[in-house]
Design a protein around this ligand. Structure first.
Ligand code: PAF
Length: 285
């Protein structure tokens, strides 16, 4: 596996691959790799001639300095892990390479979706994500790029970015990977202590209860009641602070209060568990 830190070197390798008309599969990450990332790498390796993974903790997508400072970092372990996989190149740029000047930062706001839920709670977050994803796409020129469904709103916005700006890249998504308790794998889980890990399972449990109720033939109340029950439950739990629980239509990301047959929906949840903010989602319909 090639380890590349420099843009010029990456561009030269990408140029040679493109010259041979080979396809590139790209997985952008912020490191602290877990089984969720590994599933993306496996998917990329199975569909492309050359697999590139990037590890870069992008400062412009953090609206909270403390969140940026405490984001888990484990470069050496990550590289060892990638070496054991079907990854051909890992790109490890630094801030100067990614943002040569303040002028390289664009304020993206091409869909309402950037300003609701995660976008509302973390102002500027999605513009920061698009800034870095766009730069990485330009550098790696992938045929296909891979994202996890755990960051469902991010995935939706990236798909809409590629569509709106007509980028010749296919966006592939892979399902969320969970541990044996149901907790969605996330690099941020590294910041949870034992007790918080136990409490964090309530995010998935709440999603599952919501889904079971909505899909049952005799639901105990509608979406509004279910949301109220979840809010009540989390209010009683001193370790978890619920940020939101919402159901959206996957097609247009609109909030719904009633579900219809043959339409795909997602239940999205975000909560602070101790000092760590977690998000999760599951499909319905
Ligand atoms: O999902 C992530 O890890 C990040 O938001 C991404 C896509 C690598 C951009 O920094």
């Amino acid at each position: 596996m090639k380890i590349v830190k420099n843009i010029k070197c990456l561009q030269e390798i990408v140029f040679q691959i493109k010259k041979k008309k080979q396809s590139i599969g790209f997985i952008p990450t912020m490191g602290s790799l877990h089984a969720g990332h590994l599933s993306l790498i496996e998917a990329a390796a199975s569909e492309n001639d050359f697999t590139i993974c990037s590890i870069y903790i992008n400062p412009t997508q953090f609206n909270d300095k403390n969140d940026f400072n405490t984001y888990p970092r484990s470069y050496e372990t990550d590289i060892e892990l990638l070496k054991s996989l079907d990854c051909d190149l890992v790109f490890l740029p630094n801030d100067k390479e990614m943002y040569p000047s303040n002028k390289s930062i664009v304020n993206y706001n091409f869909t309402f979706c950037m300003n609701i839920l995660e976008g509302e709670k973390r102002p500027g977050h999605f513009s920061g994500v698009i800034n870095i994803v766009n730069t990485l796409f330009n550098l790696t020129r992938p045929s296909r790029a891979y994202f996890g469904e755990k960051d469902y709103q991010q995935l939706w916005i990236i798909k809409s970015f590629v569509k709106n700006f007509q980028l010749p890249i296919k966006i592939r998504s892979c399902p969320t990977i969970r541990d044996s308790t149901g907790l969605a794998l996330s690099s941020r889980n590294d910041n949870l202590n034992k007790e918080e890990k136990v409490q964090a399972i309530h995010l998935f449990k709440t999603l599952q209860n919501f889904k079971l109720n909505l899909e049952s033939k005799s639901p105990k109340g509608g979406i509004i009641d279910l949301k109220k029950n979840s809010i009540d439950f989390f209010t009683k739990n001193s370790l978890i602070k619920l940020d939101y629980i919402e159901i959206i239509d996957e097609e247009n990301f609109s909030f719904v209060t009633r579900i219809k047959k043959n339409i795909k929906y997602r239940i999205l949840i975000a909560a602070h568990v101790g000092r760590t903010r977690l998000i999760d989602n599951i499909p319905i319909g």
